[in-house]
Design a protein around this ligand. Structure first.
Ligand code: NAI
Length: 441
């Protein structure tokens, strides 16, 4: 079996950590049990580009139990848990191509490896796998790394067409990936149906909000060991992730400031009790900064120069482009690593600012990503969407689809059951009342 990981010797630690995560993933485990019996993914090849974490390992095992052959690569150079990668290879015999801290060329050569498997189904977190596949098939080489270009060009056009024609469909985990896929759909280049797992209610309302909220604060605290209480904590972007981080920072006693571009979100932040202001103003006040916008340069060069001496800067959005890092380097006279995941930049004006985790998603770079209990729902959506695509792909167009409502609702129901929470159901009288317009008082 071909694979590329840091050290196979880490497998035992990884196995124990996967076991620990699995205990908080009852919904995914119930799907795994059914998959083991029914084998709905029998004979299918799944190539997945995900953060290589303990929860991803539980998902990969579920897909394998369903009969699929699975190959994994990382969806971010800094998010891989090397012991988990080792355990997947050594114990589960699942090929993994991911090493924490890999450089950009290695990252893309790792994306290539599961593509060479000629996947029937793809799974993405940020759309790097699907976009690479499309660049190869569509003969577009401008934005691909050298490794991908070389391999792609070694295939005939017929082979490249066959590569993409063999894909029944894919899934996408995160907001940024969905934005990229919608743009592919708009440009009429998307070659197979993709299900936007991110848009399922049982995904973004919980994973993006509570998962990113808790784990981002966890990453910032692990990296810095600084006290949040009494500090000014600036959150850029008040979407599902931003509101989770803002709520948790407030819970730690920080004075939270929100920067937004959408008037509706900004208004919500105001009414949730936060200070709202442009980044140009917030830059002068903040002790901590965290971007979660899915956008480019939410904090730019001039903002770094306005920051207080000692300001701590992080990003928890999908790509590190949310921070203008080339701009930061430009206005700095020197930089040094001061502790793990903390780099000190001395600016031209003599102030020092501290960049966490190279600007990569801080919850995965310096902590362990989302808690398993929340990934239980996100990955239940992934597993059931794979099953759905394998059955329904012939009836789907080359578009971005939502997770079918019936799957979303079933996951919410199963999660409640697993938590021992009972709820009411509508009486026939209430059902009638809610569906009729004739009844008033
Ligand atoms: P969202 O679309 O719900 O929210 C993004 C918000 O940022 C929007 O309200 C938008 O108006 C605002 N925004 C855009 N440009 C801005 C700018 N220049 N300045 C200030 N605000 C701006 O997206 P969501 O779900 O909150 O995701 C945000 C990012 O986090 C995405 O890149 C997503 O892929 C990523 N993500 C990261 C996770 C992690 O584990 N760290 C988990 C889930 C998502």
């Amino acid at each position: 079996m071909d694979y590329d990981i840091k050290d196979i010797g880490l497998a035992t630690t990884g196995q124990l950590r996967i076991e620990w995560a699995s205990k908080s993933m009852p919904v995914l485990n119930s799907i795994k049990e059914r998959f083991s019996k029914d084998k709905p993914l029998s004979g299918l090849r799944i190539s997945a580009c995900l953060h290589i974490t303990t929860e991803t390992a539980v998902l990969a095992r579920t897909l394998k139990a369903g009969g699929a052959s699975v190959a994994l690569c990382a969806s971010n150079p800094l998010s891989t848990q090397d012991d988990v990668a080792a355990s997947l290879v050594a114990v589960d015999k699942i090929p993994v191509f991911a090493i924490k801290g890999e450089d950009t060329d290695t990252y893309y050569s790792h994306i290539l490896s599961p593509l060479k498997n000629m996947p029937n189904l793809t799974m993405d977190d940020g759309a790097d796998l699907v976009s690479s596949l499309h660049f190869i098939a569509l003969d577009k080489w401008d934005d691909v790394s050298q490794g991908i270009r070389e391999w792609g060009l070694s295939l005939t056009q017929g082979e490249r067409n066959a590569l993409i024609a063999g894909v029944m469909g894919g899934t996408e985990e995160t907001t940024t990936g969905v934005i990229r896929l919608r743009s592919m759909e708009r440009d009429n280049v998307l070659q197979f149906p993709v299900i936007s797992v991110n848009d399922a209610n049982t995904k973004h309302l919980f994973d993006n909000r509570y998962g990113t909220g808790q784990s981002t604060i966890d990453g910032i605290i692990r990296a810095t060991n600084r006290l949040l209480a009494g500090s000014h904590f600036v959150v850029c972007g008040y979407g599902w992730c931003g509101r989770g981080v803002a709520a948790r920072a407030k819970g730690h006693g920080a004075k939270v400031i929100i920067c937004e571009v959408d008037p509706l979100k900004a208004l919500e932040a105001v009414m949730d009790g936060f200070d709202v202001m442009p980044i140009a103003k917030a830059a002068k006040i903040g002790d901590f900064f965290c971007t979660l916008t899915g956008d480019i340069n939410a904090i730019s060069k001039e903002h770094f120069l306005d920051m207080r001496d000692g300001a701590i800067i992080s990003n928890s959005g999908h790509f590190n482009v949310e921070l203008d890092l080339p701009g930061l380097a430009e206005v700095s006279t020197s930089r040094r690593k001061i502790r793990e995941f903390v780099e000190e930049y001395t600016l031209q004006n003599g102030n020092r600012v501290y960049l966490l985790g190279e600007g990569r998603l801080i919850n995965l770079a310096a902590a362990e990503g989302h808690p398993s209990s929340v990934m239980d729902m996100s990955f239940a959506n992934q597993a059931l969407s794979m099953e759905y695509l394998s059955k329904e792909h012939k009836n789907l167009d080359k578009r971005v689809y939502p997770v079918p409502l019936i799957i979303d609702q079933e996951i919410a129901r199963l999660k409640l059951v697993s938590m021992g929470v009972e709820i009411d159901s509508l009486t026939p009288e209430q059902e009638k009342y809610l569906s009729s317009w004739e009844m008033g008082t």
